[in-house]
Design a protein around this ligand. Structure first.
Ligand SMILES: [Mn+2]
Length: 504
């Protein structure tokens, strides 16, 4: 959806979810600003039983001039109603009748969409979606410093102080916003009330420890989701604790936060596992979080009473935590080899990839950050380093020698579109360039053969080159090693394998 599609309406109401959080307020504010600039009659409201009381939010309303009003008894029927950070008809947003409905949200899709909607599941905050939509209309929110600060705080609070960010668009916004830092500091230091401090203490007191896999489960009363991160960060410092899950169950959702301090467990992967099919989860290697949706849980189990809902949610988290550690096998490629007798021999199929000469983009010796859908990567530019761009937009550095040995390079541009086009930022100056405009085509000519087989169990692979960070292979993906080097083990995605290799 483009925001300008909504300009055909004149009487517009933007509604946050009940008990609005910083992200709902910030994204609503961004949208309000857009309509105001376009001379529309626009109101920003929230409804429900409770007026905003949390100290960080009252500071936010006051210092950032958020033009929101509390309208528990709202009776007008606007021409257009936009719900932000929530979806019309869901139980966390009081129903407001309107002639037309739009929704802008970053939560799991559960219902049919109204005529106008922008719902992006993998994004860290609704603020990011608004920021992106405003950008597409050619607007720069940095022209309005208080708005920029609000959007930043929306993402900050929705991702546990940025620690649970996983989408590159979130990182782009975090980098590009010019904010009032002292207001952010003030808000984030009024985040916990004295009551919540007690909630934190009580939750930690009642931890459950599972010694077989050294993890801790902490159940809290419903609280600000950020407090879950506080609990698990603190508890992870305990000796003998490698992984920590903290969670609460509220009417509208189950929120959880995951921490890991061992290289064999990536918190983001565990979070995705816990929420698979019943919500969403993600973040970073060490810190991650997620949500389970009651509507999704109900598909698995008919939840009639609140007690059933609470018990079922509790059980499913416990059961998945326990099961997680049995779902995979760990391979340390430096010390291990695979049994070739169960594998078939393949050779690489000729294909077109992209390559980029890095010192075409920034001068020799520049430190850069390459941003892709899979994450950020820091690289120091030198005259012999190239970047390869794979079929799915994945990016990896390669030396000039490797490039010459395995590929035939052409002068032809490599023009492909990906969900998120990789970008390169000069780490020191912040100057950003699009990778694709420098990319040319390379044709693979590799003659090396591999042995490969599809995985029947999930694998965590520490390659010989990267002993610190594992690659995950799901069931159906291929595990392979090079005929000329049995320790050069790799994983190839199920959908890419038939494109990249053919049996010999
Ligand atoms: Mn949100």
């Amino acid at each position: 959806m483009r925001l300008n599609e909504l300009l055909k309406y004149n009487d517009i109401v933007i509604q946050c979810h009940d008990n609005p959080d910083a992200d709902a307020l910030a994204s609503g504010y961004g949208l309000w600003w857009y309509f105001k600039n376009n001379n529309k009659k626009v109101r920003l409201i929230y409804r429900g039983k409770n007026m905003i009381r949390k100290s960080n939010l009252t500071i936010m309303l006051d210092k950032l001039n958020i033009p929101v009003s509390y309208e528990p008894d709202f009776a007008d029927v606007p021409e257009l109603l936009v719900t932000v950070d929530c979806q019309y008809g869901q139980r966390n947003v009081t129903k407001t009748p309107a002639k037309h409905i739009a929704i802008i949200d970053h939560h799991q899709i559960i219902d049919d969409f109204p005529e106008h909607s922008e719902v992006k599941n993998g994004i860290g905050s609704a603020s990011t979606i608004i920021w992106d939509l405003l950008k597409k209309e050619g607007l720069d929110v940095n022209d309005e410093p208080l708005l920029a600060t609000a959007l930043y705080y929306g993402l900050y609070t929705d991702t546990n102080k940025f620690s649970e960010i996983s989408h590159p668009l979130d990182k782009d916004m975090q980098d590009e916003l010019v904010i009032n830092r002292s207001i952010i500091v003030e808000m984030s230091n009024s985040n916990i009330s004295l009551d919540e401090l007690k909630v934190t203490g009580n939750a930690i007191l009642n931890y459950e420890y599972f010694s077989d896999h050294k993890y801790l489960i902490i159940k809290s009363e419903p609280c600000d989701p950020n407090i879950l991160g506080v609990m698990s960060d603190f508890s992870l410092e305990t000796a003998g604790v490698d992984v920590c899950l903290s969670y609460y169950i509220s009417q509208s959702e189950v929120k959880f936060s995951v921490r890991s301090c061992i290289k064999e467990v990536h918190a983001n992967e565990l979070a995705a596992f816990l929420a698979k099919g019943i919500g969403g989860g993600g973040g970073h290697i060490y810190k991650a979080g997620g949500t389970l949706r009651p509507e999704k849980l109900m598909h698995l189990f008919p939840l009639q009473t609140d007690e059933q809902y609470v018990n079922f949610s509790t059980n499913i988290l416990h059961e998945r935590m326990e099961r997680y550690f049995d779902t995979y096998e760990i391979i340390y490629a430096k010390e291990m080899t695979l049994d070739a007798s169960e594998m078939k021999k393949y050779s690489k199929t000729t294909q077109e990839l992209g390559y980029v000469k890095l010192d075409d983009i920034f001068p020799d010796n520049t430190e850069i950050t390459i941003r892709t859908l899979d994450g950020d990567m820091d690289v120091l530019i030198d005259t012999t380093t190239y970047l390869m761009i794979g079929l799915a937009g994945e990016v990896y550095p390669i030396t000039e020698n490797e490039l010459r040995n395995s590929y035939k390079t052409l002068d032809k541009p490599f023009d492909k579109t990906f969900e998120y086009a990789p970008s390169i930022r000069n780490t020191a100056t912040g100057k950003k360039k699009k990778v694709m405009s420098f990319a040319k085509t390379a044709i693979s000519v590799g003659k090396t053969k591999i042995y490969a087989k599809p995985l029947t169990k999930k694998v965590k692979l520490f390659t010989a080159l990267n002993e610190e960070r594992y690659y995950t292979g799901e069931i159906g993906d291929y595990i392979a090693f090079r005929e000329d080097d049995p320790h050069d083990i790799s994983i190839i995605q199920a959908d890419l394998f038939p494109i990249l290799y053919h049996e010999v």
